[in-house]
Design a protein around this ligand. Structure first.
Ligand code: FAD
Length: 467
């Protein structure tokens, strides 16, 4: 029975766990990392990266189909779904091996197996019924992530009703598709399958798509996607799924009325639940919060001495960059570094890589008003931006929200081409507590999409030039 001792043991090698392990090793801790499935976690293997690889194929296909509008001609544009999937899987594999390399380079000891807390700083690691390994650590970092939420009656079966995992490896293109849930994951799959010709319907129980986004931006994105042929049923609940051979009949209910829709496949994208079961939380005295996530403070400390939790398992927003950022804060706190800041969730940007893309940071207009702020709102449409027009992507909007009294940037909300890249300008601005005056005085290169940031801020101050 092997036993090994470490300063820090990390459970789960997603973007939270592997980043935390590397930082811990850099700080001189003897570090172990336990992973049951795949280095890189959901993000690299079944989330952020493979979806973006597939969406890139969709984007290029869309461009090819509009070749004429760029003065190009291409007679027969075809796609091979299996090659698209293979490309996405290869990219995931490549990045997962990259993580293995980084862990080795930083001298993190990796254990391949399922880890469980035993209490008293001890963990077991099991794999395929072999004799368990026992590890003990002065500090333990839980980063076990999350998995798709399963709603009763809408249980995925891997064949007709998919989770995001099956949706990433389709054997063929479903002629019709029902996506349940219009968060970022649902909208990205709707966008991907629509681009290749599936007839897509999205059902959302709330009265706007991308429910956490600013309403005006979400409605803008919805209209653009409707023009591409996606149908949205808002304020609608899928009550039941009747599975037949090759098809699924979904009962969609809205305000006492019901409509039945028959589709070839369903994607259930109704959120995620944390992986908190069967990891020994009770044995170690780690408590959950009211929503079922591990309860932590702003530096990842749980209710048990010496045990920390970060990433999806410790609560939303369930995003890879939140997980990695928390991991660093947490490990630096364990190391006793001076001036480690607390996580400020209002500074976490969120992105949806659909067509058009959506990105935001900070308060929505409704949230800013509800918080009692007097606000100045600036808007700039992409059709007023030279680069967007030159790119042939003039559908978009940049919306900025400032505190009218102090000029502080409260929120930025974008829809359109490459806004998932542009949002970082606002994330930096917010982190530095930039005011509208600072942004107005900033010089933006021409011609770029980033000039929309400038114009939107000018608009908030009633000084717009190009509208
Ligand atoms: P995870 O990535 O879930 O990793 C946890 C790891 O722990 C897993 O590898 C798991 O095998 C392992 N594990 C769990 N329990 C044990 C155990 N007992 N023993 C050993 N190992 C264990 N986020 C973004 O920021 N941008 C995106 O574009 C984006 N797109 C997404 C698309 C999809 C389809 C999905 C599903 C998610 C997407 N996300 C995206 C969310 C992102 O993947 C997660 O927020 C992120 O992976 C969370 O990181 P984590 O380290 O907390 O956990």
């Amino acid at each position: 029975m092997a036993k090994a001792e470490f300063d820090i043991i990390v459970l789960g090698a997603g973007p939270g766990g592997y980043v935390g392990a590397i930082r811990a090793a850099q700080l001189g801790f003897r570090t172990a990392l336990i992973e049951a499935n795949h280095l890189g976690g959901v993000c690299l293997n079944w989330g952020c990266i493979p979806t973006k690889a597939m969406l890139r194929s969709a984007e290029i296909y869309r461009q090819f189909k509009h070749a004429e509008s760029y003065g190009l001609s291409s007679s027969q544009v075809e796609f091979d779904l299996q090659k698209i999937v293979a490309r996405s899987r290869n990219i995931a594999k490549q990045l997962s091996s990259g993580v293995a390399h980084l862990l080795k380079k930083n001298k993190v000891t990796v254990f391949d197996g399922y880890g469980r807390l035993l209490g008293g700083g001890k963990l077991s690691v099991e794999k395929n019924g072999r004799e368990p390994l026992f590890l003990s650590g002065k500090h333990i970092l839980l980063a076990t992530g999350s998995r798709p939420r399963i709603s009763p009656g809408l249980e995925p079966d891997g064949n007709l009703v998919w989770t995001s995992k099956e949706a990433l490896v389709p054997k063929s293109l479903p002629p019709s598709l029902l996506v349940i849930g219009s968060g970022a994951i649902g909208i990205e799959f709707a966008s991907f399958y629509n681009a290749f010709g599936s007839k897509v319907t999205v059902v959302e129980i709330m009265d706007q798509i991308l429910p956490t986004e600013d309403r005006e931006i979400a409605e803008f994105a919805q209209k653009e996607m409707e023009k591409q042929g996606i149908r949205f049923l808002l304020g609608t609940k899928v009550g039941n799924l009747r599975r037949d051979e090759g098809t699924v009949e979904a009962t969609c209910e809205k305000a006492g009325k019901s409509e039945s829709i028959t589709v070839s496949r369903v994607i259930s994208a109704v959120g995620v639940v944390p992986n908190v079961e069967d990891i020994g939380l009770e044995a170690a005295g780690v408590l959950l919060d009211a929503r079922g996530f591990i309860q932590t403070n702003a530096h990842g400390r749980t209710t048990a001495e010496g045990i920390f939790a970060i990433g999806d398992v410790s609560g939303g927003p369930c995003l890879a960059h939140k997980a990695s950022h928390e991991a660093i804060l947490c490990v630096e706190t364990i190391a006793g570094l001076q001036g480690v800041h607390a996580l400020d969730k209002t500074l976490i940007p969120s992105c949806t890589y659909s067509h058009p893309q959506v990105a935001s940071v900070g308060l929505t207009e409704v949230m800013a008003k509800e918080a009692g702020n007097q606000i100045n709102v600036g808007r700039f449409p992409a059709r007023g931006n030279g680069k967007a027009i030159a790119m042939g992507e003039p559908e978009g909007l940049v919306k900025t929200i400032f505190d009218a009294r102090t000029g502080e940037l409260l929120g930025a909300h974008l829809v359109g081409a490459e806004v998932t890249e542009l949002i970082q300008g606002f994330a930096i601005a917010k982190n530095l507590e930039t005011t509208e005056v600072d942004l107005i005085r900033t010089i933006f290169p021409h011609p770029t999409l980033s000039e929309m940031i400038h114009e939107s801020v000018l608009g908030a101050c009633g000084r717009a030039i190009h509208v």
